[in-house]
Design a protein around this ligand. Sequence first.
Ligand code: KG4
Ligand code: ZN
Length: 331
Amino acid sequence: MSLILAFETSCDETGVAIVRDGREVLANEVASQIDIHREFGGVVPEIASRQHTKIISQLTQKALADAEAAHGGPIEIDAIAATLGPGLSGSLFVGVSFAKALAFGWQKPFVPVHHIEGHIFSAFLGETAPTFPFLALIVSGGHTQLIECAAPHQYSILSTTRDDAVGESFDKVARLLDLPYPGGPSIQKAAESGNPEAYAFPRAMREKTTLDFSYSGLKTAVLYALQQGPVDTADVAASFQAAAVDILIIKTRQALAQTGMKQLVVAGGVAANKLLRDRLAADLNCELFLPPFKYCIDNAAMIGAAADSRFAHGMISPLTATPDPGLPLSA
Ligand code: KG4
Ligand code: ZN
């Protein structure tokens, strides 16, 4: 049995979790800063790192207490993990420094984790877990990637976005429509009463010669529609969402055919989108692994799940490990 204490502070959520054997979440504290950043229409890095610093110790105490309650007695942590990158530099430093200080004080191994690897491993926190090899579609505020996951910690990135990430396009279009930050949930809600066929927004990069994504043309098409005159916000939101999701389905279908993979993991904040979840289940011929909603958006439980596997493979780091805002996904 292994117990990992994990930290995720790459952006605007302070996450502290305790995960047993990579699958069972004994504690999962997530303090969202959304209300603090909302008035600015997006995340303000300096405010984010200060807020992480302010609350990380009390969240850790709460997570330890929750885990002891779930375990039914005192627990002994085996390793301490944190997101090393990518993300906002100041925010990453808070989680990594706090985790390393605990590792130093408790004389426990430190396990750094790539944020996207965390999202991939969020699939192991569901009722049924995938088995390697599988294809992963990562859809977040900063990333839109198809990744072939050959074995634990062996990844090959098949495609990425050439411009905006899909979550970023939800956020930008929401701002155009005067819908509150974060844009994903706002657009999903506005779209509920809209007609997804009201506007024929473009589906970029349809050609089979590439698995890459592109979202900036879609955002520009929305902008042009708004410049044409008054619009029905719900119709624009629904038509945008339909196009954004369609692009993901088209490219994932191509990647499944190209790689011959039979299992698909979809993770990251946009994986919380209901239309995407419905279409993945209805339109793709594969076994689908979607993390529970609470593990789609940034959280530390997913970092704990990835760290458990790294720890089991002896992939621990010296306390000189330093956050890297542009950390590449590698073994
Ligand atoms: O993974 P995540 O929490 O943070 C990053 O690593 O970026 O993803 C945040 C992104 C934001 O762009 C947010 O608008 C989007 O996920 N998102 C959604 C939904 N919930 C969050 N996008 C579409 N539909 C949703 N329901
Ligand atoms: Zn994320």
